[in-house]
Design a protein. Structure first.
Lengths: 217, 759, 248
């Protein structure tokens, strides 16, 4: 059996794509954070990201592939897992031996996926439309206003906040777990776990605060 | 069956007795030619005019039994040449030939291996061997036989070979490696084993065991068995009861598990290669004998009840001991005598059935619901001190819950083993330790509600280790809290799993309060009689491990069972079996359509149907518990003539009642635990009688067999070497009461037979 | 104690099963769980009902045969015990106890609470051994010193009793803890290292073929394992597997 077809191989692929997405998230977070401190810096960086050919034509497809892969593989594995027990238990106390997050990655994952749909609809689709379909003239200062505009509606901000809570739950299990999957479980595991937990709370919380900041401003 | 006829004779009371009538040719009496007949009346009878369905069934059942007995009888008459002898007085008894090789004791095994017949690798492919049981002996034998090239079929009743009860052995395995440099040697291990066995084992076998013991450790380490190691990376040893050196290798308190998993892994390798066909959840129901040779077995698939035939050129029985005849024992629930009993009924002699080991350190019985007893490794006696209170007043207060054992002052405690046996103290052999506990409890000093428990106390070991650790770590040796904590850590590292097990069962923390222990049936030294090649009196049928009788005499030393099981399986049987199989290279596959298979299968089916259609009123366990009580009360730690005679009678009655009133629910073609159990209990009910009879005939005390009539004024066991230096080998003659005793005299060339003293 | 038992009854692997309810009285808190089941079976037989089939043998927590899913947990509510070591003192008078078999597609039910765990055997047969002949002509046991920490870790992994609680409790019915325990034991010892790469590939391959689910690191197996086998072993197996795969 080849590496990619085996259970462990697929798990490792999940973990690696997950770590890749965590890295992307960190980068996304850093740029978003700029919007709180400096409008111009935010516009500058956004413009660079939106128009640099390496980012646009190499990193962006990789990212999209990573996102798709992580989701598709997640569903494939979930389906396989649900098949591995044909008769359900009538009483099953999962909470006694494992966290809610670890048992419900599929739920938090689906919430995040739906949010991503919305997010693409909000930012990525208009962006593509702007740049590649309508081919409108470059405007290096439009990004900040677009951002602020999206955080006007309280419903949208509510959805945004809720999604990031689920992202946090997803990360709380997934981030540390990916280290276990790639075979790291040793004396550093405690520190890794603490770091992963910190990251999983701080980053989504940061996103939420940024959204609230723009909403309330 | 041609010569023996079954005759029924009406009695006045509405029953008919069953008589077997054997025509033995003609003889001349007063010049006239007269038929000579042997007549045998069976111990059960029929109802002459059966009125109810039950009575008809019972009659049918007894008729089948009668046919079986008649068969057996005719066979034994033929074997002993009785039918061809004209004069009964000329019949000589079958002589047991132990086939011990000639020569110097230390060279016997080497010489023997050099001389016996071998089967060439090409021919081994043509030979099938059946192994029944997958404990240490069975698994290791299967693996080695397969590795040598034989086609092996292995059977176990559990769902996987890894579950065999060897897995529960805790303490360790002996080997004369002398890694500790404390004066150990092959000879010393040999000597300790013979002495420990109270001079009732065969010198040549025990010496061979001691010789191969070192190979076992090498082999197991090579297989990846994780034995305990010291910080230098070398193997660690501990000491065990009855010896003065540290020769026991261990893996915490799970040595048996690790060794069995090692043997199981060796087996798995061969299963993977297709050299072993593994049959899980299969129970051996009978052995098939063709032309006087073991040629196969009948099995029952425990999942779907299918009766199957399996042919082979040799059958190896490795089905363990029969301690469950006592109902409560440290054996697994499924451990049974059936495989060995079936071969006994087909001609294998059963040796020393009364030699049973009662293990001193088990968790006491808690109530009537008890289904089995749990052993605490003997290794605990390395560090635990055994005691009871000196004052009966304290005992009373403890039983009523008004006094804690930790509150009893040192001078009010009776460390009775240290008092009675200063040289060995708490490390006296198991039989001695068990009897001493019984003696104290019988005198009223038992410390639990039932009055059947003594303390095993780790307080002083914890303090000793704690001080040692404090010293090593440069901490304050006089701080009792620290010392206790450090000491507990050491004890936890050594016995953690045992302490945990105790706490789970008894609900008391043994780090804080002494454990309670009491003796329980643990191991049976007796078993199928085998010669030096481990072959039984049925040609082609072998018995290894606890199932045979050979190495432990009347008492087994701790950590020797694992050694014997693996020695037999890895290093003895696979070679000695070649001596017999060398004649079978041209036999070809055994045809399971032969009438002998047919007959054996039919009798198995008849028994099963009889059980299923019995619809009695009592469960199988009801009988098993009753049998166990008779055995424990009258054939337990001490035995006397009166009790044994009563036991025989009671067992006979119980057996009769069992066949009449046992209830086996369900069907025969399904997973039916009660049915499987019924077959096992039926065999225990016969073995129990032979057991008691053997104990009755052996009027000496030796090892685990203590006859109250034979003791010193101080209450120590008193052997009678003049009259009893022999192995009792019982030949089945239909029913246990008719079993015939054969004696194999034990000759000691190397060792001077002495009174065993641990004082 | 008086209890209500809800027990999974299934005559054989082909027939569908269902939960049946039984009452049992006068249960002593000192009884083990299986002794309570013995009493129940005696009671059922006296009422002419087929006794409940369940696997059990040593009843001291080492053979790994007993396998009940009690009140939603493998081997019941207590930790570090098998079903046979679970005692009734862990329950209260009047409790309702639900008892189901260990469920997994790879563990088909044989009858009632007894399941077929031979998938575990087949995984072991695929590579759970050191390929050394049992001739006894191996080198001396002390020829290779082994780091005590490694030896201890190998031992801890080797204490797995193969009961299947990890599979039963895992929401994905994954057998990773079981397989990794065996892989780890050998990978940690010099004797087993020689063929470590082949072993891990073969065993994982067989595990996948048996239809066990994938590991999602919930850690439930480690919590429910009666022998406390650590998740560290799974990480080690993942590592071993990756290196073995990349080695080709």
């Amino acid at each position: 059996m080849s590496l990619t077809a085996s259970s462990i191989g697929r798990k490792v692929a999940m973990a690696l794509s997950g770590i890749f997405l965590v890295l992307f998230l960190t980068q996304h977070f850093s740029i978003n954070l700029l919007s709180v401190f400096s409008e111009s810096l935010f516009n500058q960086v956004s413009h660079f990201m939106g128009n640099n050919p390496i980012v646009q034509f190499i990193l962006q497809p990789i990212l999209i592939f990573g996102v798709l892969f992580h989701f598709v593989m997640g569903f494939v594995l979930e389906l396989q897992n649900s098949k591995s027990r044909s008769t359900r238990y009538s009483v099953y106390k999962g909470k006694n031996n494992a966290s809610w997050m670890s048992r419900n990655m599929i739920i938090s994952g689906i919430v995040i996926l739906s949010f991503l749909g919305l997010h693409f609809y909000d930012f990525w689709v208009p962006e593509m439309d702007y740049k590649y379909i309508k081919i409108l003239p470059l405007d290096p200062d439009r990004y900040f206003d677009e951002l602020v505009h999206k955080f006007v509606s309280p419903v949208r901000v509510g959805i945004y906040v809720l999604s990031f809570i689920f992202l946090s739950l997803h990360l709380l299990h997934g981030f540390a777990s990916s280290f276990q999957t790639v075979g790291v479980n040793n004396k550093y595991t405690k520190i890794i776990k603490k770091f992963a937990t910190g990251f999983s709370v701080v980053v989504p919380l940061g996103f939420v605060l940024i959204a609230l900041f723009h909403h309330l401003k | 069956m041609k010569r023996v006829k079954i005759r029924y004779r009406k009695n006045a009371n509405g029953t008919s007795s069953i008589r077997l009538n054997c025509f033995c040719g003609y003889e001349k009496v007063n010049g006239k030619k007269k038929a000579r007949r042997l007549i045998k009346t069976l111990p059960f009878h029929l109802v002459t005019e059966p009125a109810s369905k039950d009575e008809i069934k019972l009659n049918d059942y007894y008729k089948i039994e009668a046919t079986k007995i008649a068969d057996e009888w005719e066979k034994s008459l033929l074997e002993n040449d009785i039918l061809t002898q004209q004069d009964e007085t000329k019949i000589k008894s079958f002589k047991l030939n132990s086939k011990i090789p000639e020569g110097d004791l230390a060279q016997k095994w080497t010489n023997h291996k050099g001389k016996i017949n071998l089967v060439s690798p090409a021919n081994k492919r043509l030979i099938d061997v059946i192994v029944v049981g997958t404990g240490l002996a069975g698994a290791s034998a299967s693996a080695t036989l397969a590795e040598l090239g034989y086609n092996v079929k292995t059977f176990c009743f559990q769902d996987s070979p890894r579950r065999a009860h060897s897995i529960a052995a805790q303490g360790g395995i002996n080997a004369a490696k002398n890694y500790q440099g404390d004066g150990d040697s092959t000879y010393r291990l040999f000597y300790d084993t013979i002495k420990g066995g109270d001079y009732r084992s065969r010198e040549a076998n025990v010496h061979r065991l001691a010789e191969v013991s070192t190979n076992i450790i090498d082999q197991c380490v090579a297989q990846g068995v994780p034995f305990a190691r010291d910080y230098g990376g070398l193997l660690d040893n501990r000491s065990f009861g009855g010896v003065l050196v540290s020769r026991t290798f261990y893996a915490k308190g799970q040595t048996g598990q690790q060794l069995l998993l090692g043997a199981y892994s060796a087996m798995n390798r061969q299963i993977g290669r297709g050299k072993i066909q593994m049959y899980n959840r299969h129970e051996m129901m009978d052995i098939v004998i063709i032309d006087g040779k073991a040629r196969g077995i009948i099995t029952r698939n425990l999942v779907n009840g299918k009766i199957e035939r399996h042919g082979a050129h040799a059958v190896v029985i490795a089905s363990g001991g029969y301690g469950n005849v006592f109902f409560l024992s440290t054996n697994a629930m499924g451990s049974n005598v059936s495989a060995t009993w079936k071969i006994h009924k087909k001609g294998a002699y059963f040796a020393n059935p009364c030699f049973t080991q009662i293990h001193p350190t088990c968790i006491p019985v808690s109530g009537d619901h008890q289904s089995k007893l749990t052993l605490m490794s003997e290794s605990l006696r390395n560090d635990g001190r055994i005691w009871v209170p000196k004052k009966l007043g304290d005992v009373k207060a403890i039983r009523e819950g008004n006094l804690k054992p930790t509150e009893i002052r040192e001078e009010d405690r009776d460390y009775y083993l240290e008092r009675r046996y200063p040289a060995f103290g708490n490390l006296v052999p198991r039989d001695v330790a068990s009897r001493a506990a019984k003696e104290r409890c019988d005198a009223g000093f038992g410390v639990n509600k039932t009055g059947e428990a003594v303390y095993l106390d780790f307080a002083s070991a914890i303090t000793r280790y704690g001080k040692e650790q404090a010293h090593v770590k440069n901490l304050n040796e006089d701080d009792p809290v620290l010392v206790k904590k450090l000491g507990q850590q050491v004890v936890r590292a050594k016995y953690g799993n045992l302490f945990q097990m105790y706490e789970k069962i008894v609900d008391q923390n043994p780090y804080e309060t002494p454990m309670m222990i009491y003796p329980a049936v643990h191991y049976t030294m007796g078993g199928v009689w085998v010669d030096y090649n481990l072959m039984t009196t049925i040609p082609g049928c072998y018995a290894i491990g606890e199932a045979n009788f050979s190495d432990h005499g009347a008492n087994r030393l701790g950590a020797s069972a694992l050694m014997q099981g693996l020695a037999d399986g890895y290093f003895v049987l696979p070679y000695t079996i070649g001596d017999y199989l060398a004649d079978d290279i041209r036999t070809g596959p055994i045809d399971t359509k032969l009438p002998e298979f047919e007959k054996a299968e039919n009798s198995v089916r008849a028994q099963i149907e009889a059980f299923i259609s019995n619809h009695g009123k009592n469960s199988v366990d009801y009988y098993h518990r009753k049998l166990g009580k008779i055995m424990w009360d009258k054939c337990g730690m001490s035995r006397n003539e009166k009790g044994l005679k009563e036991a025989i009678k009671e067992i006979q009655e119980l057996r009769e009642d069992f066949y009449k009133n046992v209830n086996v629910p369900g069907r025969s073609d399904e997973f039916n635990e009660q049915l499987a159990k019924a077959g096992r209990v039926a065999d225990f009910l016969e073995l129990g009688e032979l057991f008691a009879n053997d104990a009755l005939k052996r009027t000496e005390s030796c090892g685990g067999h203590f006859r109250e009539e034979s003791q010193t004024p101080e209450g120590e066991a008193l052997r009678d070497d003049k009259n009893f230096t022999f192995v009792s080998a019982w030949e089945c003659k239909g029913v246990p009461s008719k079993a015939k005793l054969h004696k194999e005299d034990l000759e000691y060339e190397e060792i001077e037979v002495k009174t065993r003293s641990y004082k | 104690m008086n209890l209500t038992l809800k027990i999974w009854r299934q005559p054989n692997s082909e027939t569908k099963g269902k939960i049946e309810t039984y009452k049992i009285d006068d249960v002593s808190p000192d009884m083990s769980f299986l002794e309570m089941m013995d009493v129940l079976n005696e009671q059922l037989m006296s009422q002419g009902i087929d006794p409940v089939a369940f696997d059990h043998d040593c009843r001291e927590g080492i053979c790994g045969m007993c396998s009940m899913f009690i009140n939603g947990e493998a081997h019941g509510p207590d930790r570090l015990v098998t079903t046979c070591q679970l005692h009734m003192r862990k329950f209260k008078d009047g409790d309702t106890i639900t008892i189901e078999p260990f469920r997994a597609k790879a563990f088909p039910v044989i009858k009632d609470l007894a399941v077929d765990r031979s998938a575990f055997d087949r995984i072991q047969q695929a590579g759970g051994f050191v390929s050394v002949n049992t001739s006894g002509n191996t080198q001396d046991a002390n020829a290779i010193p082994i780091d005590k920490h490694d030896a201890d870790k190998a031992f801890d992994a080797a204490t797995c009793i193969g009961c299947g609680a990890c599979v039963a409790t895992c929401k994905n019915a994954s057998a990773m803890l079981f397989v990794s325990a065996k892989v780890s034991q050998y990978a940690l010892l010099p004797q087993g290292k020689v063929e470590a790469a082949d072993r891990v590939l073969n065993m994982v391959n067989q595990m996948d073929e048996e239809g066990f689910g994938n590991c999602t690191n919930t850690g439930a197996c480690e919590v429910e394992c009666p022998k406390g086998i650590s998740l560290e072993n799974i990480a080690r197996m993942n590592r071993e597997y990756l290196f073995a795969s990349l080695k080709g």
